[in-house]
Design a protein around this ligand. Sequence first.
Ligand code: NAD
Length: 513
Amino acid sequence: MSEKTLLHQTAALLGDFGIGVETLANGDVPVTSPIDGSRIATIRGHGRKDLDSMIAPAERAFLAWREVPAPRRGELVRLFAEQLRQHKAALGRLVSIEAGKILEEGQGEVQEMIDICDFAVGLSRQLYGRVIASERPGHRMLESWHPLGPVGIITAFNFPVAVWSWNAAIALVCGDPLIWKPSDKTPLCALACNALLGHAIERFGEMPEELRRGLSQVAIGGAELGEALAEDRRVPLLSATGSTRMGGTVGPRVAERFGRTILELGGNNGMIVAPSADLGLALRAILFAAVGTAGQRCPTLRRLFVHDDIVETLIPRLKRAYEQVKIGNPLEPGTLVGPLIGEAAFGAMQQALDEAKRDGGHVSGGERVLAERWPAAFYVQPALVEMPGQSALVRRETFAPILYVMRYRDLEEAIATHNAVPQGLASSIFTTDLREAELFTSAAGSDCGIVNVNIGPSGAEIGGAFGGEKETGGGREAGSDSWKAYMRRMTTTVNYSRELPLAQGIRFEVDAP
Ligand code: NAD
């Protein structure tokens, strides 16, 4: 593939969204594709001053947007979903070009955006409060939910569009404007999404100018810009997705100013395969969860615990399946594994494999491939590493396709080992034994936010709350009652009697003057 081809394809795709070449050629921030390492655009980056000039209009937009009735706000999200349906193929392809995902997964991300929009539209008529029984006669107590303010959204490279939409769709119906700092590796996807939301805003009808300007904005930059967003008191909620290192920096910054966070950080996801498991199903699930997206999903399967009785059957089959996975250009049909995001990811993978060998691990795969064809891109054979135990290396997240395989004999011990890592995102068990499945999902089972039975840990659907415990950050997005994080809770007591009784029966009387 020539550099020209990807450059032109990118310009054509963005042109369809209404983004002209002047935006893609005249900046100071180079954007490259992991497919061949070529430059696909050079866009303008933003500094702290630019961010300041985005937050002020977002504050003004908030004052107008919070007064638009929630079902009407839902109408904007419905229009956005229409745009996404219309442009699904193009946006999915852009995800593939910029993040290196195979076409199927790029399209899947856009479908996920459509799904969260549909969810949010329904939600816009269901931002329910509650009426609470008061202990005082002639009194009514109620709880209601109000818009919060501008929401800062920091996203990672590996889900360059879906994660923003989880936040954006819900925040918009909740009455909050958006300021998005995407990964510096995938800014074009952000410009494209924002342009599509802009088309929806145009179709929405009458809107005051300050609302049109400040409802959704994108700030292009790296860690420093993210930190500026985290520190700004005018942003009451920061939803940040990325590494635990990043969360460790932004979490305290937001806490210092008493802001709120939704943190969606690193995972180190495990699966237990029990003796009664349907091995055919398990094999397919392991393959997708461990090598899909080149091992660069947050819930990618990284640790596999196989019962002693089936290890000699499952692992040789798994190795054969690994050998058949087609690695290559993610834009070509049939490819299952695209490139790593870049050289640093490749370096981290090789370091981890060297450490695994020193720890007594047996490594299959892991080597670089297609280097002659694409010297500036980093394609790898996914690695399967049989480990004698859960070393310090295995307890860390290496964001690459490495699956550590360990044996177990006793399920309770396996669960304890599974939980003995700092992260707590996703987990699964393959078993047909009801007792084992129930134990794994019980209070004494997996300590993760996502706990699956007979499906892999990755590939969540909209509707359930997504997120994890411990160093994964504790945030929840995308489903269930996660919308509450984007609103402020109000408790109200109304006295419709002619008396003024105090709670807890307290008497505080004076002779009324
Ligand atoms: P990263 O932490 O390098 O970057 C993520 C985002 O944070 C980027 O926008 C980056 O510019 C910004 N950032 C980095 N340092 C920052 C700082 N000090 N202050 C403010 N912003 C900062 O992560 P990545 O390499 O883009 O993505 C991979 C990581 O993200 C993995 O650890 C993966 O598990 C995690 N992830 C988690 C989830 C989840 O839902 N739990 C989803 C996707 C990715």
